[in-house]
Design a protein around this ligand. Structure first.
Ligand code: ZN
Ligand code: ZN
Length: 418
């Protein structure tokens, strides 16, 4: 039993929204006075986008520009546009984003779209549209994945997302529950969110340092449906929490973040891996993924739902069949402990150990930002238009670190750090 609190009245939703915006701008983005900010958001995330705009100007932003998207408009394209529409992307817009980053703008994305928006649309059209955007976005995305600029992603609850996560609740109740979950897992609820984030960030750095001292050559995974050995890239670096971007500004790219992650060797994955959570990818759902690797390449891929989407995804290019990221997350992370499946990668990837198909982060290699594409490939870094995380961790997963002399050391048991 606990005594009733005699403190001030509980914080209102507006207070929490403001705190989330402040933490996103000051801790996540590390926005510098005088810096421009380029934000992307869905119209459904307008209240948070406005709070972030206010906080960015209070932090000294010289100009905040937000690109809004609209789910209804996206669907209209699938329903009414001519076929050739699906090979097009707004190249001028993505070129403009790259130009903004090159001239010093910071990047903030608000996540929270409808996880099933495109679930009933033609997978071939979805895949063509994604491919066109990936190609157009590539120059801008490279500045992000290379950490040339400070960037972060935060989430806003939206009615459609809340309805997917809490299908049995009334719309208002579902939205309130999703906001609560976001505030809690994004560490906004405590008395001093900024201090809480600094402590959490330091913990992730310490974990990454320990793994870097070990210099494992590979990881061995064992769990239900999973028997998998994954080689790590030569000169790989484990990262976690915040990072100093090429422009010298310190940012924490994902809020929440619970992972330590590095670059696997693109040609050194062997065995079978089974997903432990459904994957919501660009408005489509893929469930029950099971994949077999040989010499780093997917040679067999199955899904109990969304098989065609999965197939199209790994057919994007050769790099889409190889891995670009490996991340470790304890099963007791606050997001896993919530027991929720968020149907959103920002949250679900921080609830479980995961691997990602496609593009690797060169920041996860020693001096990676100074290497040419050929040098990166020689070390085992993967190259692709896609980067898709999928969750393989659970309370039943054991992971060993394999040393350079082929000795196995227990790293995680039953999903927890040893
Ligand atoms: Zn990750
Ligand atoms: Zn990832």
């Amino acid at each position: 039993m606990s005594a009733p609190a005699v403190t001030a009245s509980p914080r209102t939703h507006e207070d929490k929204l403001n705190r989330l915006a402040e933490v996103a701008v000051r801790v996540g983005l590390g926005l510098q006075a005088g810096q421009e900010l380029l934000m992307t958001a869905s119209l459904d995330a307008l209240p948070l986008a406005r709070r972030i705009t206010e906080q960015a100007y209070r932090a000294g932003a010289s100009l905040v520009t937000t690109l809004f998207s609209d789910d209804e408009a996206t669907l209209m394209r699938y329903h009414f546009a001519p076929d050739e529409s699906f090979d097009r992307a707004a190249n001028w817009l993505y070129d403009g984003m790259a130009a903004a980053f090159k001239s010093g703008a910071a990047r903030l994305a608000i996540a929270g779209g409808n996880p099933a928006l495109l679930a009933n649309e033609d997978p071939a059209k979805v895949s063509r549209a994604n491919r066109a955007v990936s190609q157009a976005y590539r120059p801008a995305l490279e500045l992000i994945t290379r950490h040339s600029i400070n960037w972060t992603i935060v989430a806003s609850a939206t009615p459609a997302w809340a309805a997917s996560v809490f299908p049995n609740d009334a719309p208002d109740a579902a939205l309130a529950k999703l906001w609560d979950a976001i505030f809690e897992t994004t560490r906004i609820d405590g008395d001093d969110p900024v201090a809480a984030w600094k402590a959490h960030d330091a913990g992730l750095h310490k974990r990454a340092e320990r793994l870097n001292e070990k210099r494992y050559a590979a990881l061995q995974y064992r769990g239900p449906g999973t028997d998998f050995r994954l080689g790590l890239a030569d000169d790989h670096l484990w990262l976690g929490g915040g990072t100093t971007a090429g422009n010298g500004l310190y940012c924490i790219p994902n809020m929440p973040t619970e992972e330590v992650f590095t670059t696997p060797h693109k040609d050194r994955a062997d065995g079978t891996v089974t997903a432990t959570k459904p994957l919501s990818h660009q408005g489509t759902m893929i469930e029950g993924i099971q994949v077999r690797f040989e010499n780093g390449r997917i040679v067999e891929a199955r899904a109990s739902r969304g098989q065609e989407v999965l197939q199209k995804l790994i057919d994007t290019d050769e790099g889409a069949r190889h891995l670009g990221e490996v991340a470790l997350v304890p099963h007791s992370s606050p997001i896993a402990a919530s027991g929720m499946i968020f149907l959103n990668t920002l949250f679900d990837e921080n609830a479980a150990s995961h691997i990602a198909l496609g593009q690797s982060y060169c920041s996860c290699l020693r001096d990676g930002d100074k290497l040419t594409p050929e040098q990166l490939a020689a070390k085992g870094a993967n190259d692709s238009l896609i980067h898709v995380d999928w969750m393989i961790g659970s309370g039943n997963l054991d992971i060993d670190g394999i040393t350079a002399t082929d000795v196995a050391e227990p790293l995680m048991r039953q999903g927890e750090w040893v």
